[in-house]
Ligand binder design. Structure first.
Ligand code: F0G
Length: 370
């Protein structure tokens, strides 16, 4: 069912509802979320992101498989983190908090900054110095966060912010905050609302494993309520240099071009293993080369620009293509917008880029091959 019908069913905007009436995910899915009338809703109208058919990738898989892209890069700060952050910040505000803190590979910091500032709170973000894509750093700064870059990786930053939040009056908004996952589960609701059932496979990049946990929660809640008949197999993909869930142990020095998922010690490890078991799913590593191939394919063939970490879901699907059942419906989650990381796009593409040309029609026509 298209989202617009969901809107109408929710009684939002009346029979003539348009997407302009989308109120943000807390209002849209209020009865599924731990909010009350006294919760101050801090929203940028996140959610309602498109489920885009991917004909070229479907064709590559063959067997009548239909592949869709859940493009969460179209959220207000450009990633799925907005889903969790509208909840975490609204609940922090409700509790009277005046400041929030998080560790981040970039996207969480952008979302925390935007929502916290909108809610009139201070935002402190710890990032691994030199390993955050430029767009994300720009966002955190522009939204008004206090940015602290440490000489250490994300795992170290997370340990520090957990310590700080234990000792001082400040709310932690990493995915150990349960409200984050509550907000993020709404992505599963939207997928079911769009397809009228759950997909057969859900392919998703995995770092701290919060999102895979949240999706599974969402699908289960919707099934219990009779909104979908089946549950998907949850297929999680990690970058080969940062694949603790595939290897079965912490990675001390995680490394990958997909900096968003450069994580060696996922906090939601136990939840992730439970999701794998319960959904008959699996974790698999994809190499940086496979991630970049999928990233370029998405951009140049499907017209969808995501960040490298997001492309891990498609790289993983292509890697497991032989296992996809004939006629299956597959959703690949594209967690973040490609514009967050322009440097990687400029470095990794197969396009022609003619520079330094004379400003002259004949010169231009000549390089065009005329
Ligand atoms: N994709 C993107 C674009 C991300 O930014 C992240 C996590 C993930 C996937 C993995 O999600 O951790 O729930 O398994 N980014 C965090 C951050 C760590 O700080 O922005 P996960």
């Amino acid at each position: 069912m298209p989202l617009i019908q969901t809107l109408r069913q929710l009684g939002l905007g009346g029979a003539r509802a348009t997407m302009q009436d989308w109120p943000g995910l807390i209002e849209a899915y209020r009865r599924w979320l731990p909010v009350s009338q006294s919760t101050p809703v801090i929203s940028l109208r996140e959610g309602a992101t498109p489920l885009i058919p991917a004909p070229v990738i479907s064709e590559r898989i063959g067997k009548g498989v239909r592949v869709y892209l859940k493009y969460d890069g179209l959220n207000p700060t450009g990633s799925f983190k907005d889903r969790g952050m509208t909840m975490a910040i609204s609940k922090a505000k409700e509790a009277g908090s005046e400041a929030v803190i998080c560790a981040s590979t970039g996207n969480t910091s952008a979302a925390a900054a935007a929502y916290a500032r909108r809610g009139g709170m201070r935002a402190f973000v710890l990032i691994p110095d030199g390993y955050v894509a430029q767009g994300k750093l720009a966002q955190a700064l522009l939204y008004g966060a206090e940015v602290i870059a440490i000489k250490g990786n994300f795992d170290r930053a997370l340990a520090i912010v957990r310590d700080v939040a234990d000792r001082y009056p400040i709310t932690l908004v990493n995915s150990v905050n349960p409200y984050r996952l509550q907000g993020q589960k709404t992505a599963a609701f939207e997928v079911v609302d769009a397809l009228s059932d759950a997909p057969d496979w859900l392919c998703i990049p995995v770092g701290n494993a919060g999102n895979i946990t949240a999706y599974w929660m969402g699908f289960n809640e919707y099934r219990q309520a009779g909104h979908c008949r089946k549950l998907p197999r949850m297929m999680g993909f990690q970058a080969a240099g940062s694949a603790p869930l595939v290897l079965g142990h912490t990675v001390e020095q995680p490394d990958t071009i997909a900096t968003a998922i450069r994580i060696g010690n996922p906090v939601n490890r136990d939840n992730a293993l439970k999701v794998e078991r319960e959904s008959n799913g699996g974790f698999m590593a994809v190499t940086d080369a496979e991630i970049i191939d999928a990233y370029k394919l998405l951009g140049s063939q499907e017209g969808v620009f995501c960040e490298p970490a997001s492309a891990a879901s498609v790289a993983g699907l292509l890697k497991r293509r032989d296992e996809v059942p004939a006629g299956a419906t597959v959703v690949c989650v594209l967690t973040g917008n490609g514009l967050k990381d322009p440097a990687t796009a400029i470095e990794h593409n197969d396009s022609k880029f003619h520079t330094g040309l004379e400003a002259d029609t004949d010169a231009v026509a000549a390089v065009m091959g005329f």
